[in-house]
Design a binder for this molecule. Structure first.
Ligand code: SF4
Length: 473
């Protein structure tokens, strides 16, 4: 196993993404960044880091691994002084797993030093990078965030806001950014608002975070989200709001609600817990089931399973217990033990399962490998029937906006019919929530959603792809 991967990386789930943070106006800015990154650990486990400005100098500390590994000594914060700091948790959706790609990136240009934390994927960064390299630009990382740095450095605009506007007429795709300069912290979201970014406040301290669970940890108050296509600036004048460019139709990532964000967070101005319960309720309405108990695959489908249980009047039970204490690596047994990798993470509560007809509520199926093993474990524990209900439609298409799915060929719903997947999983029945049911579960008053991984309808196509049929190549 790659020593930078956690055992949870082997779970059959899409991985994303990144967590970004910005703290303005606290003498402990770097420590608050660190605490926020702790809450956002689920958004990236490969590397973490922070950059601060103390009024004279920029400082940076990054490392590979979990937040606790990277910030493993109190003295690290002595090297990150200042009242302004940004931070980042990374899982690489572009760029390889290397320390040089750890963020925040920090670079110097004619406009001074600047640090950037980026969540999302740019869909044309490769072409822009290629053009820049042809003109002599030298890149130190393989991450597309460095392309932003280069374009900002080359811009002739005389202020940061105009530089950002110029750069993001060139670069397209998904980006929620926190940017640290010697005067301010900028938080911005792309015009389609794929990835979340929230504003919080604690006394005079101003906060940017990907999800509000980090604001809760700091005992701050949620103010609002950064709007799609908005640049919010924290500086000596307080908070100001600016437009990035012409407004566009919002297409927030619906997968943040299905699986990715924490249920105790608010993203896109909606409680994830509420959206997830509705997903479970709508699934129970659309795809009912005769059964004795409803169980979840902890932790990500817990809330949706409660929603399914409430609407179907079938009792919710804890059928699987997840081991939260597995470290980065574990030593595999010498003998081949069947389903070991899954069993080390989940165990069945036999007394709950034995003799029962069970509905397993799961949030998504990618390859189906983990769910197949879990189904086998339920049978072994004496389940009379196993019915699988999924709170999202079949995943058939890759994501270009920062969520890392396996290749199109590895997505089981591309290779098999629902009936065949059911047989592969060894279940008695398998049903998915419809796209309509998915969209009905989230509020629409602030704009629409991206559903491309379920529908193949891409809000922005990567440049080499002229229409979605080319995706079949
Ligand atoms: S393709 Fe799927 S995972 Fe990617 S942004 Fe769209 S909804 Fe989210």
């Amino acid at each position: 196993m790659n020593k930078n991967k956690t055992i949870w990386d082997e779970l059959d789930k899409p991985r994303s993404n990144c967590g970004v943070v910005g703290i303005y106006g606290s003498e402990e800015a770097a420590k608050l960044v660190y605490l926020s990154l702790y809450s956002l650990q689920h958004r990236g486990q490969e590397s973490a880091g922070a950059a601060s400005f103390d009024g004279k100098k920029f400082h940076r500390h990054v490392g590979m691994g979990l937040v606790a590994d990277v910030f493993n000594d109190e003295s690290i914060f002595d090297k990150l002084p200042g009242s302004m700091a940004i931070g980042h948790n990374r899982y690489s959706t572009t760029g390889t797993t290397l320390i040089i790609n750890a963020q925040p990136l920090l670079a110097k240009s004619k406009n001074g030093l600047i640090a950037i934390s980026h969540n999302g994927n740019l869909v044309n960064a490769r072409r822009v990078r290629h053009n820049l390299e042809n003109e002599g630009a030298i890149f130190q990382t393989t991450s597309d965030t460095e392309v932003i740095m280069h374009l900002l450095a080359r811009s002739q605009a005389d202020n940061m806001l105009d530089r950002l506007r110029e750069v993001f007429t060139i670069l397209k795709g998904a980006y929620s950014l926190t940017i640290l300069t010697d005067e301010a912290i900028y938080g911005l979201r792309d015009p389609k608002g794929f990835r979340p970014l929230c504003i919080g406040k604690k006394g005079k301290t101003l906060i940017f975070v990907s999800e509000t669970c980090a604001i809760d940890l700091l005992e701050g108050q949620y103010v609002r989200e950064v709007e799609a296509g908005e640049i919010v600036v924290f500086d000596k004048n307080g908070i100001s709001s600016h437009k990035l460019g012409a407004p566009q139709e919002r297409t927030a990532c619906i997968f943040e609600h299905v699986y990715f964000s924490r249920p105790d967070s608010k993203v896109f101005d909606e409680n994830v817990d509420r959206a997830r319960r509705k997903l479970g309720k709508n699934l129970a309405l659309e795809k009912p089931c005769e059964a004795d108990i409803v169980i979840s695959v902890p932790d990500s489908s817990n809330t949706a399973a409660i929603g399914y249980s409430r609407r179907s009047n079938i009792k919710f039970e804890l059928g699987f217990i997840r081991n939260h204490y597995i470290g980065r690596t574990f030593i595999q047994p010498g003998q081949k033990l069947r389903d070991f990798n899954v069993r080390v993470k989940f165990n069945v509560v036999k007394g709950v399962i034995n003799g029962r007809r069970v509905v397993v509520v799961e949030d998504s199926i990618v390859r189906g490998t983990t769910l197949r093993q879990l189904t086998r474990m339920l049978r072994k524990a004496g389940a009379r029937e196993v019915h699988i209900r999924v709170t999202s439609p079949p995943i058939t298409s890759p994501c270009f906006y920062g969520m890392d799915f396996p290749t199109r060929e590895e997505l089981i719903a591309n290779e098999m019919s629902t009936q065949k997947i059911c047989e592969y999983l060894g279940a008695d029945s398998l049903e998915y929530l419809s796209t309509e049911g998915l969209l009905k579960s989230v509020p629409h008053d602030r704009g629409g959603y991206c559903t491309a991984c379920f529908t193949g309808e891409y809000p922005i196509l990567p440049e080499k792809i002229k229409n979605k049929n080319d995706l079949e190549d």
